[in-house]
Design a protein around this ligand. Structure first.
Ligand code: SF4
Length: 731
């Protein structure tokens, strides 16, 4: 495999700044490189004990080390042994300490005593909570009504022991909240080459064509991808072109930022594909041998997407579209990729296929520096059930309950907050409140979310430094690995991990279910799971995994063009440019046609230090606690809006009042607000409530102090839609 301990690995990146500061404080006595993966107590000058685990605050699943001060968590840093994040982590991972010591953290199971949503609760024992849930589940199972059991989580929690437990409920309704962000992307990718998401071999790439993604701030493989992208910019002189209506941090660090009209990326990608084909710049061998369409047919299909037509629709001039298409084809290895901004539009499916078409045209599929298939280990593959195929997307789920009377007996949400997160939160709230539609709801989380506030039972969830888990996220070093999450500290209060809850539930249920979960503990399950992998089959090797937090085959080398051996996981076993619904096409967004002068396209974006479920983390809230609507200076002049004015944004589902920030960094017809703020539950920091708290708060040095937190935060409600009316007003 590639030499992990290479030049780049010895450099401390910006994300490893914590290590630099500690190194400096020792006046060079301890070399900076030697400090990686270590943490020193400011009081005793001794190295702290560190236990490797995995951060689960985003899908990147960075390897981290939790450092202890006696029994307490003092700090979280990156694990330098981890081949994906290579010792670097983001601000969210560092602030994971706040999640553990959150003064609003749920510490006991709670049962509703007043009316639903009234806010009256009583503490109950786990015994009572588990008995109530298992009795209900057993009845559902006995009466063959498994589809009335709804489990709601995201992709990363629907696996391992949890998945094994859920396998016992054939036809259970499994809702995947990740679909809310990326369903268009994952479905399009799956249909075209059998993978749900591309892995970009960024460090070997020479040209990045970015459609609306913001990897320097937020991305599904955030730290693993952006550090390699930054290094390719330096080491390979790789060019980065970003098309985005908003001047994101990535756009700002690109060679070119091209402000594009929202929702029109697809026609730009297709016009570029047309240029590449017409000029004969495509990889003829890849297209003829590995795709399911002859070039003549593709050429004829693409001829309708002229650069002039694309220019008119996207507001990017035709010469720029043509120039970038030629550059993209000429500077190989080049990759075209997208982010949630593209996927969340209603035409996101076709746009994603059009972007992947660009990659296929230059033949940069699973090649060094290209878009690659995932290198992972299949863990815990115990004949898992598939998600119910008739299942509507998560958003439609609540509509189906209300409008089509889809029956639900038990709704169980794990670290999931649809009442806040879903586009029409008032509607979701109504459904959740209605006991005739949702008779029994259980929410498991670290703090009381908006969804938990409408539950019948609330269960306290353990954090990632208090839980066991196993992971094999796609490798950016192109060699698969296994990483281990293990408890760094004991769970606070009576918090439990989801795996522990399912294990305990199974023991209260009939033989068929309890036998399928016949493990002494979650650790025992994990041990048996990794034992399937040669190289991790005995106790000694498992102990090494516990010590390092990661394992990979040191003798393995990155292999490319895997499809030549294993083909693509599609029906034709080829890269399917021609899908069941034809060739990639541009679908205009109906609501974006005939927009009046007072209507603006609403863009929602993510910042690197905030996410809806992290709003109560003190360190993050100190950095980011207000939200302003970003408006182009030209538009602001036209609407007579000045910097700091309050404006009302109104859409079909509601309105908000928000301060305006005038900028040149946004497409003139758009308005942007960030995601993550505006909670009415989720803890006092998240709600911008003034409060005094007497609790132990850990600081980076590990010192304990009594703290008074006073954090004013502007409160607003975030509404997700792609179109809003701008109206001027002062308050
Ligand atoms: S990128 Fe940040 S939040 Fe995501 S897993 Fe890594 S440290 Fe955690």
């Amino acid at each position: 495999m590639k030499e992990i301990n290479r030049r780049k690995f010895l450099k401390i990146g910006t994300l490893g700044a914590t290590a630099i500061s500690f190194g400096a404080s020792f006046g060079g006595v301890i070399p900076i490189v030697g400090m990686r993966g270590r943490n020193v107590s400011m009081f005793t000058s001794k190295f702290r004990k560190g236990i490797p685990t995995i951060c689960n605050l985003c899908p990147n699943r960075c390897g981290v080390i939790g450092f202890l001060r006696y029994e307490d968590l003092a700090a979280i840093q990156g694990n330098p042994h981890h081949i994906n994040n290579q010792g670097k982590i983001c601000a969210r991972g560092i602030a994971g300490v706040n999640q553990v010591y959150d003064p609003d953290r749920l510490l006991h199971p709670l049962k509703r005593v007043g009316a639903r949503g009234e806010g009256k609760w009583k503490k109950i024992s786990w015994e009572q909570a588990l008995t109530e849930i298992s009795n209900r589940l057993q009845t559902i199972n006995n009466e063959n009504r498994n589809h009335e059991f709804v489990f709601h989580t995201d992709t990363q929690n629907y696996r391992g022991l949890a998945r094994r437990f859920l396998n016992n409920f054939e036809n259970a309704t499994i809702l995947n909240s990740s679909a809310l962000n990326d369903l268009n992307k994952t479905t399009a990718q799956k249909s075209i080459w059998g993978e749900e998401r591309e892995i970009i071999d960024a460090e070997n790439c020479r040209y990045f064509l970015n459609f609306g993604s913001n990897p320097f701030e937020s991305h599904s493989y955030f730290v693993s991808f952006n550090q390699r992208l930054a290094e390719a910019r330096i080491n390979n002189y790789a060019k980065l072109i970003t098309m985005d209506p908003l001047l994101s941090n990535t756009a700002g660090k690109s060679d070119e930022w091209i402000p594009i009209k929202p929702g029109t990326d697809g026609i730009v990608a297709l016009a570029m594909a047309n240029v590449i084909v017409q000029k004969g710049l495509y990889d003829a061998e890849f297209i003829s041998r590995w795709t399911n369409i002859p070039i003549s047919q593709l050429k004829s299909h693409l001829s309708q997407y002229t650069i002039e037509k694309a220019a008119k629709i996207s507001a990017i001039d035709a010469a720029t579209i043509e120039r970038i298409a030629i550059e993209f084809a000429a500077n190989r290895p080049a990759v075209a990729f997208s982010g949630s901004g593209v996927a969340q539009h209603v035409n996101g499916f076709e746009t994603e296929r059009s972007i992947m078409l660009l990659n296929a045209l230059v033949g940069n599929i699973d090649k060094k520096g290209g878009v690659c298939l995932a290198r992972t280990y299949q863990l815990n593959d115990f004949s898992p059930i598939e998600i119910n195929e008739n299942e509507p997307s998560t958003v439609q789920f609540f509509e189906r309950i209300k409008k089509e009377k889809q029956k639900v007996d038990l709704y169980f949400a794990y670290k999931n907050n649809p009442v806040y997160e879903y586009p029409d939160c008032n509607f979701t709230q109504q459904v959740m409140k209605d006991e005739s539609l949702m008779p029994f709801t259980v929410v498991m989380d670290t703090v009381k979310s908006e969804t938990a506030a409408l539950a019948d039972l609330i269960l306290p969830a353990a954090t990632f430094v208090e839980s066991w888990d196993l992971d094999s996220t796609p490798s950016f070093e192109m060699v698969p690995f296994v990483s281990l999450a293990q408890p760094v500290i004991k769970p606070h209060g009576q918090a439990l991990s989801l795996n522990d809850v399912f294990l305990k539930l199974s023991r209260r249920m009939g033989e068929s279910i309890s036998n399928s979960m016949n493990y002494e503990s979650v650790e025992d399950f994990i041990k048996q799971s990794v034992a399937q992998i040669p190289g991790l089959s005995d106790e000694k090797q498992f102990n090494k995994l516990k010590k390092q937090g990661i394992w990979y085959d040191k003798n393995a080398n990155p292999e490319y063009e895997l499809y030549k051996k294993q083909r693509f996981a599609t029906r034709s076993r080829k890269f399917e440019i021609a899908g069941s619904n034809g060739l990639p096409k541009y679908e205009p967004i109906t609501e974006h046609i005939n927009v009046s002068k007072n209507e603006l396209f609403l863009i929602s974006y993510s910042t690197n230090v905030m996410r809806q479920d992290l709003t109560n983390l003190k360190w993050l809230a100190e950095i980011n606690h207000t939200n302003k609507a970003l408006i182009n200076a030209k538009t602001a002049r036209r609407l007579r809006i000045a910097e700091g004015d309050y404006v009302m944004l109104e859409s079909e589902i509601g309105k908000i009042v928000i301060k305006a920030h005038i900028t040149q960094g946004i497409y003139p017809g758009a308005i942007a607000i960030s995601k993550g703020l505006g909670h009415w539950e989720y803890g006092r920091i998240a709600q911008s409530k003034k409060f005094k708290v007497k609790t132990r708060i850990q600081n980076l040095s590990g010192g304990k102090r009594m703290a008074t937190a006073l954090i004013p935060i502007l409160l607003f409600q975030f509404l997700s839609t792609h179109r809003a009316k701008g109206r001027r007003g002062r308050m």
